[in-house]
Design a protein around this ligand. Sequence first.
Ligand code: NDP
Ligand code: 2IT
Length: 445
Amino acid sequence: MNPYIKRVLSETENRNVSQPLFLQAVNEVLDCLDPIIEETPDIEVCSILERIIEPERQVMFRICWTDDAGKIHVNRGYRIGFNSTLGPYKGGLRFHPSVNLDVVKFLAFEQIFKNSLTGLPIGGGKGGANFDPKGKSDAEIMRFCQAFMIELHHFLGEDKDVPAGDIGVGPREIGYLFGQYKRLTKRFESGVFTGKNANLGGSLARIEATGFGTVYFANAMLATEDQSLEGKTAVVSGSGNVAIYCAKKLTELGAKVVAMSDSDGAIHDPFGIDLEVVRSLKEIDRARISEYEKHVTGSKFYPDENVWQFKCDLAFPCATQNELDKKDVKTLIGNGCVAIVEGANMPTTPSAIELIQSKELFFAPGKAANAGGVAVSALEMQQNASLQKWSFSDVDQKLQKIMTSIHDDCQHYSQKYKRPKDYVFGANVAGFLRVAEAVHAYGVI
Ligand code: NDP
Ligand code: 2IT
């Protein structure tokens, strides 16, 4: 490893001792940069790596809210503006009990390169709270969102920091957050949030964008070896926003999705998952995936199991970080799986990625494959800024173009540096170069 990268990594480890996820994300990016640092000495001379690895700002705050029984709760909120080189901070908010500074920081760091890959003018940020939305009433969710926004609104702005959804945050929560922002600022600043419902100025196809985009990326990747999705069997982990629309597009393009999951376990349906049942359970009833078994004969629920045990050609981790480990990859390979495509952020552990790459399976890293969500968020910002409303098919076509272009950029750099089929390398180099060149162009700021 290049001595400059080694030094920066070691400084980063010393400065972020209790942040293993952040260090995992940094390691993956820096591990790809050897040839770039060697051919561009200015990166070291101008301390570009050090400047990209340190967040521009990190905010932590207390959130007090009252439940339906009148009990007062205290949660912790976060927003990291990691890098605004390419545009306003852009990235989702996650509400989940596991949220801490490490989680938000790794997500914000990943977001810098993902957003760069889209080619659109958006910087990298992320936020959230250790709030658990499960089992909460609609009124409790609303009061929590309003309390969260009392502090966060100071830091937002359509040209400053633009949140969206992530785990536990969808259009309902964005509506409450945006409503409170509007009330506190006395302004209708629609571009300050993306992922809004269409009646609040949201873009059509934003709900579908991440999952659809992941499948468009998979399609482009398989096409490089004259393969397609048609007739393939797939498993998709999770059953939230990304998982549902990933499974929907897979089905539309001729693949059969036989398993999905949530944190309680996995469902297997050998005839192909009925997505209307999943959507109704998850989007309307906010129920558990175990209920699927009651609605579809021939399906079976496996408590506390994941989806990787089921025979498939394609695997789409679409739930959460580090959900797919080396043992799972061995099972997938043993069952004949040919491609792993990340809909979630950093769902595959480093040792699992190493094994995948040693076996020459297709592997699409999340920062490239799941960039369709944030890309359509940027299209939502464009529509809001120009007071326009584009049709579903306009947005979907733009999304397809963006995903193909991200795929081609990854492929370009992996071929240029003689790392064929290495999409991790291609994505990190392509994402990094655009940010690094812009950091350099600003001078020292
Ligand atoms: P949702 O909240 O809609 O769904 C999350 C799904 O993952 C649920 O099925 C949930 O199960 C499961 N899950 C979450 N955490 C865990 C956990 N710790 N263990 C097991 N299962 C878990 O979130 P999204 O679909 O929006 O996000 C999924 C992934 O995609 C995340 O990694 C997110 O960062 C990433 N992503 C999201 C984008 C977006 O536009 N929404 C864009 C790009 C990436 P349960 O209900 O049981 O918790
Ligand atoms: O991880 C992600 O890219 C997201 N959660 C979406 C971010 C966004 O701003 O749309």
